[in-house]
Design a protein around this ligand. Structure first.
Ligand SMILES: Nc1ncnc2c1ncn2[C@@H]1O[C@H](COP(=O)(O)OP(=O)(O)OP(=O)(O)O)[C@@H](O)[C@H]1O
Ligand SMILES: [Mg+2]
Length: 258
């Protein structure tokens, strides 16, 4: 994927195993978010393919991919601040048949039934996320961490099979971080959801991920378990001098000071 002269993602090849939690890590500007944009369909790659269970979905628009079960969260939470928390989940749902001008005007019953169903699902999801007591608050009043949970909830509203999480843990406290990890493991266990997550905290990644891909300068640098890539000199080198990284092991290995 290139933007003018900048090659943001260069000859990258990654695969996500069904039911696994895969990590995508690397220093700032490595191309991680761009890779997610390509997977989710918000950016058409200059070259290359995206395959879902063997089918080429490279040209499919984001909403078509969402219909196939691919959901994502954004690095910066993008809630509708003035809508309530539960409404934020409801707009993320696909009301399909319910939400058309025709149905709204001529088939109010159909529309209202669909809306009730979505409302019920949204309340249930808020319970799962531990946000139910905030359901009727404006989303803009949530804390940063609660907004991240809401962002996860928005991705889950359409009952996806694959969820791409872009730094869902960034800037939130340890307790909430642990809570999100538990939720992801539960979703994987109970619903078989496949996850791919971008995170900078390698301890967190090592607790959650079966396999990680390491990117630097747009390229794939290494892949394996967290322990394997942590021991890889090229990975240590790529992190050295890069912006934020929170891995004490890498820091000491690369000789950087905290
Ligand atoms: N729309 C765009 N136009 C031009 N350059 C872009 C665009 N999007 C990304 N880039 C560039 O591509 C490179 C990779 O950016 P990307 O956001 O994918 O990195 P990242 O790994 O997600 O970084 P971070 O950890 O800081 O979120 C950067 O050099 C960035 O400036
Ligand atoms: Mg990013």
């Amino acid at each position: 994927m290139s933007f003018g002269g900048v090659v943001a993602v260069d000859d990258l090849s990654i695969s996500l195993q069904r039911g696994a939690i895969t990590g995508l890590i690397g220093p700032n500007g490595a191309g991680k978010t761009t890779a997610f944009n390509i997977l989710a369909g918000s950016q058409l790659p200059s070259a290359g393919q995206v395959l879902l269970e063997g089918a080429d979905i490279t040209a499919l628009a984001p909403h078509r991919r969402a219909a196939l079960g691919i959901a994502r969260t954004f690095q910066l939470a993008h809630e509708f601040a003035r809508l309530t928390v539960v409404e934020n989940l409801m707009v993320a749902a696909d009301l399909q048949g319910g939400e058309s001008v025709f149905n709204t005007v001529f088939r109010r019953g159909v529309y209202q039934a669909a809306e009730r169903e979505v409302y019920g699902r949204a309340r249930e999801l808020l319970g799962f996320l531990g946000l139910d007591r905030l359901a009727l608050e404006p989303a803009g009043s949530l804390s940063g961490g609660q907004k991240k949970l809401l962002e996860l909830g928005r991705a889950l509203m359409r009952e996806p099979r694959i969820v791409l999480l872009d730094e869902i843990g960034a800037g939130i406290n340890r307790t909430l971080l642990g809570q999100i990890a538990d939720l992801l493991l539960k979703l994987r266990r109970e619903r078989g959801i496949t996850f791919c997550l971008i995170e900078h905290d390698l301890d967190y990644v090592s607790k959650l991920c079966d396999e990680v891909f390491v990117m630097a300068g747009g390229r794939l640098l290494a892949q394996g378990t967290v322990a394997q890539v942590r021991a890889d000199e090229r990975v240590v080198e790529a992190y050295f001098g890069g912006g934020k990284y929170e891995d004490a092991a890498l820091r000491s290995k690369s000789g950087a000071t905290a």
